[in-house]
Design a protein around this ligand. Structure first.
Ligand code: LLP
Length: 439
């Protein structure tokens, strides 16, 4: 919905309207704030579909066969997104019975779901089996034994991938690094544990091992760690073949491509990265005498992050001479805990005066009773005053899905935007919702 002559801010879907207010996905943010109130999450559904198509088309072109992306629902989990994924023919990665329930409630076909988790309970396993989940991503000896037993009780043989750790450190921030040997996820290849678990899986009658999974981390702008991971995984596949005769047909390389949160983040060419990875996989498979596997990837952030924006209303503007200016907004760490957790940097815009040049470095603070409740520090914005709207860009991933009710603050609504139209996808929580389970 954007026109090429319009001024954009950070991403093409963020523009400035003639009246000076910020527009997102071709829609006036002031009009959205008026209609739905603030804080408010906006999601650009057209961009989500574009990204899904990019991953689907490029993976098909680069790897061929059944290779495809799965959307990692942990990045943004609502019924509305699973409806989009169902329509687009996507597969999804689910990490809990709650995500599974959400996808199921949206009518998502469970045979296209992959069920993750490093600590699935017996009840989780039973729920996933009874829902007809297509594939488990199994993580441990305990899980394999429990799955075999529970699948056996149902007379089924469950398809699985085994999650292993390739020992790759992508040098992203520690909390989101998962592929190192020292990880709560998967089993290390380097220690021999991954081969032992493979042999166990192959010996269990109610388990059908079809391949291996790894995930090295998140917010990664370099394809090389993925190439290295693929290389380790294929060499492991060959070692398994040599030791057992089993040739894995599926290789899931996880998610993790980066997203531009600020002007200082690089532009990342997802299509080029997919093709580089495919060339490496083909070269390695050939060198090792392996058939080309079906390659799966699990993008979350890079499908939804820049498709999201959060709108707030400014309350107080407190200048502390010699220190800083606090701009307090009507949301905060309950709707976006990422600065408090990871010091994640965001681009902040005065959405009421988006035509004004940023003239002030401010700290955007939330309304929680806690000093650490900040959304951004040193954010450059056009000086805001009470009543102005502030937009925090690129909040589509790991914001709504990580939101809490800290300080009994209701979660904001989510509005999907498509072709210039808005549709409420998640209602604003009410105070009644907050006490619903209190006895
Ligand atoms: N697959 C697996 C097994 C994962 O653990 C993850 C993310 C993904 C796929 C999706 O990765 P993505 O493409 O979104 O990078 N809460 C943190 C991010 C945690 C990521 C956890 N795993 C944040 O807000 O940055």
């Amino acid at each position: 919905m954007t026109n090429c002559s319009e001024k954009t801010i950070l991403h093409d879907n963020v523009t400035v309207g003639e009246n000076g207010t910020l527009r997102f996905a071709g829609v006036d943010t002031a009009a959205m704030a008026k209609k739905y109130g603030t804080p408010l999450y906006l999601m650009d559904a057209d961009l989500i579909r574009t990204r899904v198509a990019l991953y689907q088309n490029e993976m098909k072109a680069a790897f061929g066969g059944e290779s495809r992306p799965l959307f990692a629902g942990k990045a943004f989990c609502t019924k509305a997104i699973y409806r989009i994924m169902a329509e687009c023919g996507m597969s999804v990665d689910l990490v809990s019975p709650g995500e599974l329930f959400t996808a199921r409630s949206a009518g998502f076909p469970m045979e296209r779901a992959f069920f993750h988790g490093n600590n699935k309970t017996d009840a989780d396993i039973a729920t996933a089996l009874d829902s007809g989940v297509g594939c488990f991503v199994s993580d441990s000896r305990e899980e394999l034994l429990a799955l075999d037993r529970i699948a056996g009780e149902r007379g089924v043989c469950q398809k699985i991938l085994l999650r292993v750790t390739p020992g790759i450190d992508p040098h992203t921030f520690a909390a989101v690094t998962t592929g190192k040997v020292d990880s709560k996820f998967g089993s290390p290849i380097a220690t021999g544990a991954a081969l032992d678990l493979t042999k166990l899986a192959l010996s269990l009658p109610h388990i059908n091992l079809v391949g291996f999974h790894c995930h090295i981390g998140s917010q990664i702008f370099d394809v090389l760690p993925f190439v290295d991971a693929a290389d380790v995984m294929l060499r492991f596949t060959a070692a398994v073949r040599d030791a057992t005769g089993f040739v894995a047909g599926v290789l899931n390389l996880g998610g993790g491509f980066g997203v531009r949160y600020t002007e200082s983040d690089p532009e990342f060419d997802y299509a080029a990265a997919i093709h580089t990875l495919a060339a490496a996989v083909k070269r390695d498979a050939e060198a090792l005498g392996l058939p080309l596997p079906t390659v799966l990837m699990e993008p979350g952030r890079s499908i939804v992050a820049d498709a999201g924006m959060t709108l707030y209303t400014v309350g107080t503007v407190k200048e502390i001479p010699g220190f800083r200016t606090y701009v307090s907004v009507d949301g905060g760490m309950p709707d976006n805990p990422r600065y408090a957790l990871y010091r994640s940097v965001y681009t902040v815009v005065n959405a009421t005066h988006a035509d004004r040049a940023p003239d002030r470095a401010v700290t955007v603070a939330g309304r929680c009773c806690e000093s650490g409740d900040l959304i951004a520090e040193g954010a450059r914005v056009a000086t805001p005053e009470r009543g102005d709207l502030v937009a925090v860009l690129v909040t589509g991933a790991y914001n709504y899905s990580m939101a809490s009710n800290y300080n009994r603050i209701p979660r904001p609504p989510v509005v999907f935007l498509s072709k210039g139209k808005d549709a409420l996808a998640v209602r604003r929580e009410s105070y009644e919702d907050l006490v619903r389970n209190d006895l």
